[in-house]
Design a protein around this ligand. Structure first.
Ligand SMILES: Nc1ncnc2c1ncn2[C@@H]1O[C@H](COP(=O)(O)OP(=O)(O)OP(=O)(O)O)[C@@H](O)[C@H]1O
Ligand SMILES: [Mg+2]
Length: 511
């Protein structure tokens, strides 16, 4: 064995010291005990994974650490010293940085301005920002993450995955001793993920501690040193990753075994329902052609920025296209906006629940029936009883964790908000449903329920397009896979011929 070489900043002794200790943390919301006496400890230079079902309390614990929420009781120690973290600013001053699950970016500022918000490089003239330096530094941070993105573009014009990258660059570029990453990978494909992991390794070697939250358990085994499992606001256990396997983690998370993780049912596709013929949008989409049949699930694969979401947006009328044709049942689909699309029977389950999917200040009940009020109304009066019934049914079907259907959606955990988006579109009974990252942020148990619902929809003849960054999901659920690369269709694979390697080959521009 060669002698172990220690990087100057980290010695083994350092690695044994806790940079963070959270002791007996409790937090209640009306009707919900989010955290109940939680103990959580992180060592210097450690990647500590935090896993648990939707609503288990992971984000709440991180928000308390980041000063965005206050605990009802408990204490926090940083490097062994008691700390009071009563505001986000205080957390930052103490060297705590966080990547929020629901991003925290200013939509009308550029990517670069967001990354350096509050610490912009100053120009020689007082009061002025040195934009040249800022842009150069921002660009190199983004390049490091291996993503194509114009750092001068305002954030509201970026895709969710690109916003995710901005959020990551912002949090990791601060001098932090602890970085909490709340589902940083939810919208990333393997390619961007590799860059994120390389970045995590670099931070780790500098002695930075990382708390890593993800529902993609395979990531945990790639990157984590230790794993803490939450269930219903309690810690089930903390263990070195080497002592765990996937099944054990799932067992700890949900308290039961989950047998089949992708329960695809064989489909017999019918007539073509939706067809794109040479659809182009300048600079974004290039002669896109493919068709989807009734009862068929077509997976749309590709790297971040390949144009998958853009395809969904033109079909849904959220963006226009310059040339080509979109046909629904053989007739031109003429939609100027999403309202027309919904009227024509086309639904889009967005990846961006904040901007397009939900009205956060409204109740779960209202959100579910929003896109199909006619179904619960008579003579333009909403029948509240019927509305409630429908909402309760979906809350049951999808196991949405909420004290009642009257709860405001913004108070639900990230994964449970995503389930409400799904419920809303399921209730519209659309002919064509486009799912953009349908299981983003959804826990392993609930994923199965969502796949089963997709099977049910397909069996009823719905034509489904599924955009997903998770290859096992694309491979597992699709009848056919369309792979995109830089705004074009790079190839099409049948269910039987598709493999991860073939998809990646096409997605990265291989012939
Ligand atoms: N502001 C709030 N008001 C009311 N309830 C809340 C609020 N914030 C969180 N909760 C509730 O606290 C519980 C824990 O939520 P939290 O967001 O911490 O879960 P999570 O483990 O991060 O889940 P996910 O995997 O879905 O992101 C949930 O039941 C959630 O509905
Ligand atoms: Mg969360």
């Amino acid at each position: 064995m060669p002698e172990v070489i220690h990087s100057p900043s980290v010695t083994p002794a350092d690695n044994q010291t806790s940079v963070l200790e959270m002791r007996s943390i409790s937090k209640a919301f009306p009707g919900v005990r989010a955290l109940d006496g939680v103990d959580f400890e992180v060592k210097r230079g450690e990647v500590h994974a935090l896993v648990g079902e939707n609503g288990a309390g992971k984000s709440t614990l991180m928000k308390i650490l980041a000063g965005a929420q206050s605990a009802d009781s408990g204490e926090i120690l940083l490097d062994g010293e008691a700390a009071t973290i009563d505001s986000p600013q205080k957390a930052m001053d103490l060297g705590i940085s966080i990547i929020y699950q629901e991003f925290n970016l200013v939509p009308y500022l550029s990517a670069a301005e967001n990354i350096f918000l509050g610490r912009e490089p100053r120009a020689a003239i007082p009061g002025f920002v040195d934009f040249r330096t800022m842009h150069a530094q921002a660009q190199s941070l983004i390049d490091d993450l291996g993503v194509k993105l114009d750092i001068r573009e305002t954030v509201n014009r970026l895709s969710v995955a690109q916003q995710q990258m901005v959020e990551i660059a912002k949090a990791t570029s601060r001098q932090a001793r602890i970085i909490a990453m709340d589902e940083p990978s939810a919208t990333l494909t393997d390619y961007e993920l590799a860059h994120l992991f390389a970045l995590i390794e670099r931070l780790k070697s500098q002695g930075v501690a990382i708390v890593y939250i993800s529902h993609r358990l395979e990531e945990i085994f790639q990157i984590a040193d230790r794993v803490t499992v939450f269930r219903d606001g309690h810690v089930v256990g903390t263990r070195p990753v080497g002592e765990l396997d996937r099944e054990t983690v799932i067992q700890m998370m949900v308290g039961r075994e989950i047998k089949q993780q992708i329960p695809k049912e064989a489909a017999t596709p019918g007539e073509v329902v939706l067809e794109l013929k040479n659809v182009s949008r300048a600079g974004v989409l290039n002669n896109i052609s493919f068709a989807v049949r009734a009862g068929e699930i077509v997976g749309l694969a590709g790297l971040v920025g390949a144009g998958r979401t853009e395809v969904a947006r033109v079909i849904f009328g959220a963006d226009s296209y310059d040339s080509g044709e979109i046909l629904l049942d053989g007739q031109p689909l003429r939609v100027k906006n999403p309202r027309d699309a919904i009227g024509a029977g086309v639904g889009l389950v967005t990846e961006d629940r904040k901007a397009l999917g939900l009205i956060l200040g409204m109740a779960v009940r209202e959100n579910i029936t929003l896109a199909n009020l006619a179904e619960v109304s008579r003579l333009s009066f909403i029948n509240q009883r019927k509305e409630k019934q429908v909402a309760r049914q979906y809350v049951d079907d999808l196991a949405i964790k909420t004290p009642s259907v009257e709860q405001q959606v913004q108070n639900l955990s990230g994964g449970n908000q995503q389930k409400v988006v799904l419920a809303k579109w399921l209730f519209t009974q659309s002919r064509v449903l486009i799912f953009d990252e349908p299981t983003r942020g959804i826990d392993v148990g609930s994923k199965v329920e969502i796949y089963q619902l997709m099977n049910r929809l397909a069996a009823n003849g719905t034509a489904i397009i599924m955009i997903s960054s998770e290859l096992p999901e694309v491979l597992g659920m699709s009848d056919r896979i369309v792979v995109m690369h830089e705004g074009s269709v790079a190839g099409e694979l049948s269910r039987s011929e598709a493999t991860q390697e073939k998809i990646m080959h096409l997605a990265t521009g291989g012939q």
